[in-house]
Design a protein around this ligand. Structure first.
Ligand SMILES: Cc1cc2nc3c(=O)[nH]c(=O)nc-3n(C[C@H](O)[C@H](O)[C@H](O)COP(=O)(O)O)c2cc1C
Length: 206
């Protein structure tokens, strides 16, 4: 299923096409495809080139590891995530390697790495759905995450599935229109909250 963004201004077709479905196909994701996704993440920019990201991953082929990672997701997410062939959790290193000082941009940079991964996934015809709904303490315990590292988000990925495979409530959400705030609500100039004149003109309808 496609749910392209209804944009105010033109954007690249890949960005327009990306969305976060809950229906995934059971089709496994090829190892070389997964390697391309992590390679894309690897080439994200980061503050001081610290690359403060790491990923835990489990594929459905390994039942034990898959069940372990699935158990770190909150129940509302397990409902649909359990269809997907690949589960991941992103992890941030919160201090700099060089001097141990806090890295204020660690989460930001993990987000950039995931954004790269998501874009590469979209290129390859995969769907990705990120999740705040994980149990970070459980991830820490089950995977032995060291101090100064922090689980950030769950990531579900696979080939797109059939919305009909979802339970009723979720099926409706899958079909609901995608929504965004207008640019005027978050692009400011001169003072906090003052819309930048460049975007305060009438949105262009494409
Ligand atoms: C960091 C992050 C956490 C999210 N957490 C959840 C979650 O726990 N469960 C869920 O169903 N969706 C989650 N989402 C998906 C968002 O709800 C979704 O991206 C948003 O509604 C916009 O929809 P779109 O991605 O289809 O454009 C999360 C997305 C991000 C980036």
């Amino acid at each position: 299923m496609e749910k392209p963004a209804d944009t105010q201004y033109p954007i690249h077709e890949l960005l327009q096409r990306r969305w976060s479905p809950r229906a995934f196909s059971a089709r496994p994701v090829e190892p070389e495809t997964l390697r391309s996704l992590w390679e894309a993440a690897r080439w994200a920019p980061s503050s001081y080139n610290e690359q403060p990201w790491a990923f835990l991953i489990a594929t459905k082929q390994d039942h034990t590891e898959y069940a372990k990672l699935l158990s770190c997701l909150m129940e509302g997410n397990v409902q649909w995530a359990q269809q997907a062939p690949v589960l991941m959790v992103s992890v941030a290193k919160l201090s700099f390697e060089e001097n141990g000082k806090p890295n204020r941009h660690a989460f930001h940079d993990v987000g950039l790495a995931v954004a790269n991964l998501v874009t590469q996934a979209t290129v390859l015809g995969l769907a990705v759905h990120q999740m705040a709904g994980i149990y970070p303490d459980k991830v820490r315990e089950l995977y032995g995450i060291p101090e100064k590292h922090e689980p950030v988000a769950g990531i579900v990925l696979g080939y797109p599935g059939d919305p009909e495979s979802l339970p009723e409530g979720l099926r409706e959400r899958e079909l609901a229109p995608r929504e965004r705030k207008p640019l005027a609500e978050f692009v400011f100039a001169g003072r906090w909250g003052r819309t930048c004149p460049l975007v305060s003109i009438e949105p262009l309808r494409l």
